[in-house]
Structure formats: structure tokens, C-alpha cells
Design a protein around this ligand. Structure first.
Ligand code: PXP
Length: 254
């Protein structure tokens, strides 16, 4: 693999948090996130992403246990860099951990992780996870200083936050959207040149995915809320297949 182009197939990680949101609205056992994970696999997803939030508002510890043993797709566990989450990750040893910032009052992960100002803590936090064989990803803005710091603290992967790009895509100026896309494109190239694998995600939809999927250094997209919402209308299988098709169209030859 060259340092500038990701030579493999662009992977799709399906975030199933909002299957759990729906389940928790009634407090019962359905819909079951594990069933969604198995369906995602059948539809061509390459991984499952689940965010175990401090307040357990969607995914619960029991979901992580079920996904760890009941799904054959690699699990990407999103979590805050806290001692509690570190011990959970060391217990389950998921394929990957994606460290995200977390504030109780936010509805979703609003910004990127502050890596540059927290390098000592993050280096110490990441080391045991790496030693346990888990790939550590940092969810960050496409900011040169954050990307450079991510390489320094020992992350294997950066996931670039596409939320602002997606917001501008819906109701911003074209110039603002394109500026954000240029920032993501430059960030992906910088991260790859530093030897980091590059992922991207947050807020992606059928309408906004293609320009991100076309960035050659990006190896994986993680997409959740839109797919679960679309599944209400067309089913999860069809929603995932359509997303995959759009990703593949945007990355010809892969
Ligand atoms: N990647 C990360 C790190 C996230 O925190 C989220 C949201 O949980 C996603 C991807 C998926 O975002 P969305 O649900 O908006 O597709």
C-alpha cells in the first residue's frame, strides 16, 4: 500500500446505536442490536460500530457482550477515554476502539477529540489497549495539529469528523461545504503520510457520501443514524446495500 492511496476496498462500518435507542424507548428487548449486526453483515457491511456512552443511553454493556460473541464482523467500540471504558475495552478486546469526546448534555458526538492538549493522558490510555491487540482510532477534526498529535500518541487510525461537511451539505453555502471537503481531503493525505489509517464518519447520507468516499486515502466510513432511519422505510438490508453501491460508485476500480 502506498502512503498516499488506500489500495483496498473502501469499508463500511455500520453504527447500530440507534437500534438500541429505539429498543430503549420502550424498555424491552426489541429491536435487537445483535440482529441488526447480523443483518448488516448479510447486506455487505465490513464492521459494526457501537458507542457505549457513559450514561448508557443507547448501547448497554450487555449489547457489547452480545456483539462480541454473536457477530462475526469486527467490532469498533466507540467510547470516551475514561478508566471505566478502558477496563471494559480490555475485558472485551474488540477489534478496534475509537476514542471520542463525550459530554452528557450533547445529543450526539458534536466535536472531535482534543488530542494535542492531552497527549500524555492519551499516550498512557492507548498503550495498554495496543498491547491487548486492539487497534486504537481517534475521532478528530481534520485539523493538522490534531492529526500530528494523533500520530504522536500511538493511534493506529484517525477517524475524521464529517459532521460539519454534512451540515453544510444540507443547509450551508456550497463554498462552505467545499472548504470543509478540502479540509477533510488535506487531512486524509496528511494522516496517511504520517502512517495512520484514515476513517471518516458522522452525519453521512446517500446525498453526502460520494465526495467523502472518493477521497483516496480513506479506508473506512462509519455510518449509523441515516441508515437506521432509512431502514424504517426500505429495510436495513436495502439501506445498507444502497449505501455500499454509492460508495463503490464513488471509488471506481476498487
Ligand atoms: N463515527 C463516530 C466516531 C461517531 O461518534 C458516530 C456517531 O455515533 C458515527 C461515526 C456515525 O455517525 P452517524 O450516526 O451520524 O452516521
Amino acid at each position: 500500500m502506498s502512503q498516499t492511496d488506500f489500495a483496498g476496498r473502501l469499508r463500511l462500518g455500520v453504527n447500530i446505536d440507534h437500534v438500541a435507542t429505539l429498543r430503549n424507548a420502550r424498555g424491552g428487548a426489541v429491536p435487537d442490536p445483535l440482529r441488526a449486526a447480523r443483518m448488516a453483515e448479510a447486506a455487505g457491511a465490513d464492521g459494526i460500530t457501537a458507542h457505549l456512552r457513559e450514561d448508557r443511553r443507547h448501547i448497554r454493556d450487555s449489547d457489547i457482550a452480545a456483539l462480541s460473541t454473536g457477530s462475526s464482523l469486527p467490532l469498533n467500540l466507540e467510547m470516551a477515554a475514561t478508566p471505566e471504558m478502558q477496563s471494559i475495552a480490555l475485558h472485551y478486546r474488540p477489534h478496534a476502539v475509537c476514542l471520542v469526546p463525550e459530554r452528557r448534555e450533547e445529543r450526539t458526538t458534536e466535536g472531535g477529540l482534543e488530542v494535542e492538549g492531552d497527549t500524555v493522558h492519551l499516550s498512557d490510555f492507548i498503550a495498554p489497549l495496543r498491547a491487548a491487540g486492539t487497534r486504537v482510532s481517534l475521532f478528530i477534526a481534520a485539523d493538522p495539529a490534531q492529526i500530528e498529535a494523533a500520530a504522536r500518541v500511538g493511534a493506529a487510525v484517525v477517524e475524521l469528523h464529517t459532521g460539519a461537511y454534512c451540515d453544510f451539505h444540507v443547509d450551508g453555502s456550497l463554498a462552505a461545504r467545499d472548504a470543509e471537503l478540502a479540509r477533510l481531503t488535506a487531512g486524509a493525505a496528511q494522516a496517511r503520510a504520517l502512517g495512520l489509517e484514515v476513517h471518516a464518519g458522522h452525519g453521512l447520507t446517500y446525498d453526502s457520501v460520494a465526495p467523502i468516499a472518493a477521497i483516496p486515502e480513506i479506508a473506512e466510513l462509519n455510518i449509523g443514524h441515516f441508515l437506521i432511519g432509512e431502514a424504517v422505510f426500505v429495510g436495513l438490508d436495502a439501506a445498507i446495500r444502497q449505501m455500499r453501491a454509492l460508495m463503490e460508485d464513488a471509488r471506481p476500480g476498487v
